[in-house]
Structure formats: structure tokens, C-alpha cells
Write a protein that binds this ligand. Structure first.
Ligand SMILES: NC(=O)c1ccc[n+]([C@@H]2O[C@H](COP(=O)([O-])OP(=O)(O)OC[C@H]3O[C@@H](n4cnc5c(N)ncnc54)[C@H](OP(=O)(O)O)[C@@H]3O)[C@@H](O)[C@H]2O)c1
Length: 322
């Protein structure tokens, strides 16, 4: 799958090497709003073809897939345009600004006959498969409660899209995507939510929520831009709980681990290797069924919508998703 990349920001500079080193994937062209920036960024990765403006990528016959690495407010527009041009889509998280936009992306990809994934790489780590294995094998017993938290302390300079409401900024979309997604991966279809957000300059700086799933499973999630870096989760069952202190992206000190704590107080540590980004790219390039990832993304987006609604209404909100 030959990729065209839209945007030259931080995540582009992290993911391009993975696109270039995944078997079956390559990068044909890199686009920026600014020709000099495109050329500079392309030069860092040996990408000879760089263009000013994103439109040219969509008409490029040597591009099979578009990587949308832009601020969230631009995801739906460019993902839908890419699908209409017959290109597969790898779209950065959050997939869109809201559930309606996310559904539009899914529909456009279906209509265009193209594959799509949101770039939520942790879902593709071997460790995540193992965590689901503990849950599904019965080792944890009946699932009772999920907790997840993610934060960064005041991490962005003025001008960053995460601090700009018009670009889809705020921690709810930026990292609530991970905490809500973590709860949904274990809990299944989210039914109701009670959420709170703290908003500064139109941007959510802190959010917490309680989520109810079927079968008496509950979750509490927190995300913010005002606490030290955290990215942990716990899936608690009647027999044991699995705990991961860096589920969204492993800390630099390897190997990535999880801990299983059982009822007797015994703790087992498990470690895993592998690149979540390359696994994700390989899955998009393969013929694998992606519908489970699509459901996960749409449920996550619907949950974030409901948290935002609940924080305004002050009441428990129903989550509309399949
Ligand atoms: N999956 C992950 O682990 C992960 C990590 C970080 C970020 N992300 C996601 O990736 C997306 C981009 O994040 P980032 O950290 O790469 O952001 P960033 O550093 O701000 O880069 C965004 C890029 O988008 C382009 N752009 C187009 N219109 C823009 C506008 N009006 N304002 C600002 N930039 C604009 C710019 O590239 P040109 O001007 O060169 O066209 C800019 O470099 C976000 O959705 C974010 O949540 C994902």
C-alpha cells in the first residue's frame, strides 16, 4: 500500500518511519500547507516527492492510501475526500470531532470501497491482545469494573491545536479517546455515562466520567492536561485484575509489561515485544476484517459525545451506538 501523508506535525514525524518499515507499505508523497516545510520534512525521511497543499495527494495515481495526520477538526473532511478519491484511509485519533462525523467517514469509505482505520496504535499491540486473552479465557473471572487515566502536565505551547477549540482541541478528544476506548475495549457496548469537564478558553482541560455497560460492568475514566504524565488502566474481575501502567504507548524502559493480581494477592508480571504502529499499518494493508476496530472507534466517539452532553446537562446521558 503506497501512502500519501497529509501534514508534517509531531505524529507524522513519528509514524513515517513505521510506514516506511512495515512490509507491504511505503510512502510515495508527503504534503504540507507549505512547500518548504514539505521539502524539509520529506528530506528527513528520504521522501523525494513533496507537495504544497493536500489536494494533489488525492489525485496522485501512485497513492493507494492517505494518512490524515492533521488536527481533529480536519479529519472528517480529508478522510471523506480521500475515500471519494478511491484511497484507503489511515486517520489519526480522535477519528472525528463527533459521532456524526465519524459515521460519515465510515459511510464514505464503504461507498468508496476502501479500507479504513483510526490510528489508535495501542489496540494493535501484542500486549493488548494478551490483556483481552486474560479477560476472555476466564482468568480474571467475571469483569466488574474498569479504570483508566491519562494526563500530561501543561504539555503544549501556545498555538498548539490541542489548546484551540476551533481545531478540535482539549483533553477529552485528545486523550479521552484512549481512556474511553480502553473502557470500551474491555466492557463492550457503552450504555450510559455521567461526565464532568473543566473548560478553559473553550477547551476541555480535565474530564472524568462514569460509564455503565451491560451485565453490571462499570468504568471510571479520567483525563487531563493538568496532572503529571499517566497512562494506566485496570480491568478488575472477580478472580483477578490486570493492570497496565502505560497502555496507550509503552514507557521508554522496555519491555512493555502488564501485571495480573489475583484474589490470593499473588502478582504475575508478563512482558511483550513488538511495534504497535507497524502492527496497525500491516493490518490496514492486509485483507483482515477491520469491522471490530470500526465498532470500537464509533463507540468511543459516541461515548465522548455523551460525556460532553452530560457535563452540560448535569445528568446521566444515554450513549447511542451499536
Ligand atoms: N496516535 C498517536 O499516538 C498520536 C500522537 C500525537 C498526535 N496524534 C494525533 O495526530 C493528529 C496531529 O497531531 P500532531 O501532534 O502531529 O499535531 P501538530 O504537531 O500540531 O501537527 C499537525 C499538522 O497538521 C497540519 N495542519 C493543517 N492545518 C492546520 C492548522 N490549521 N493548524 C495546525 N496544523 C495544521 C500542519 O502541517 P502542515 O502545515 O505542514 O501541513 C501541522 O504540522 C491529532 O489528531 C493528534 O491527536 C496522535
Amino acid at each position: 500500500m503506497r501512502f500519501g501523508v497529509l501534514g508534517t506535525g509531531r505524529i507524522t514525524r513519528r509514524l513515517v518511519a513505521d510506514l516506511q518499515s512495515t512490509p507491504g507499505a511505503s510512502v510515495t508523497v508527503l504534503a504540507s500547507r507549505d512547500a518548504a516545510r514539505a521539502a524539509w520534512c520529506g528530506g528527513q525521511y528520504g521522501i523525494a516527492r513533496t507537495v504544497a497543499g493536500y489536494e494533489a495527494v488525492l489525485g496522485d495515481p501512485e497513492v493507494d492510501a492517505v494518512y490524515v495526520a492533521l488536527p481533529p477538526s480536519l479529519h472528517a473532511d480529508w478522510a471523506i475526500r480521500a475515500a471519494a478519491a478511491g484511497k484507503h484511509v489511515l486517520c489519526e485519533k480522535p477519528l472525528a470531532l463527533d459521532h456524526a462525523q465519524a459515521l460519515s467517514i465510515a459511510s464514505a469509505c464503504e461507498a468508496g470501497g476502501v479500507r479504513w482505520l483510526d490510528a489508535t496504535a495501542w489496540l494493535h499491540h501484542q500486549r493488548t491482545d494478551a490483556m483481552l486473552g486474560f479477560l476472555r479465557s476466564g482468568e480474571l473471572g467475571k469483569l466488574r469494573h474498569i479504570s483508566a487515566a491519562m494526563s500530561f502536565y501543561n504539555p503544549f505551547q501556545a498555538g498548539d491545536h490541542r489548546l484551540d477549540a476551533s481545531l478540535g482541541g482539549g483533553c477529552l478528544l485528545d486523550i479521552g479517546w484512549y481512556t474511553a476506548g480502553c473502557a470500551i475495549l474491555a466492557g463492550g457496548v457503552p450504555r450510559r455515562v455521567f461526565g464532568e469537564t473543566r473548560v478553559e478558553n473553550g477547551v476541555v482541560m480535565r474530564s472524568m466520567a462514569m460509564i455503565w455497560f451491560d451485565d453490571d460492568v462499570t468504568a471510571t475514566i479520567h483525563c487531563s492536561f493538568d496532572a503529571a504524565t499517566r497512562k494506566w488502566c485496570e480491568w478488575a474481575g472477580e478472580q483477578a485484575s490486570v493492570i497496565c501502567d502505560d497502555f496507550s504507548r509503552p514507557w521508554a524502559d522496555r519491555p512493555p509489561r502488564v501485571w495480573v493480581h489475583n484474589r490470593a494477592g499473588e502478582v504475575q508480571s508478563h512482558s511483550y515485544e513488538g511495534s504497535q504502529e507497524r502492527n496497525m499499518i500491516a493490518k490496514l494493508c492486509s485483507g483482515d476484517d477491520l469491522s471490530g476496530y470500526h465498532r470500537q472507534a464509533l463507540r468511543t466517539q459516541a461515548t465522548l459525545d455523551a460525556i460532553a452532553r452530560s457535563s452540560v446537562s448535569g445528568t446521566v446521558e444515554t450513549i447511542q451506538c451499536e
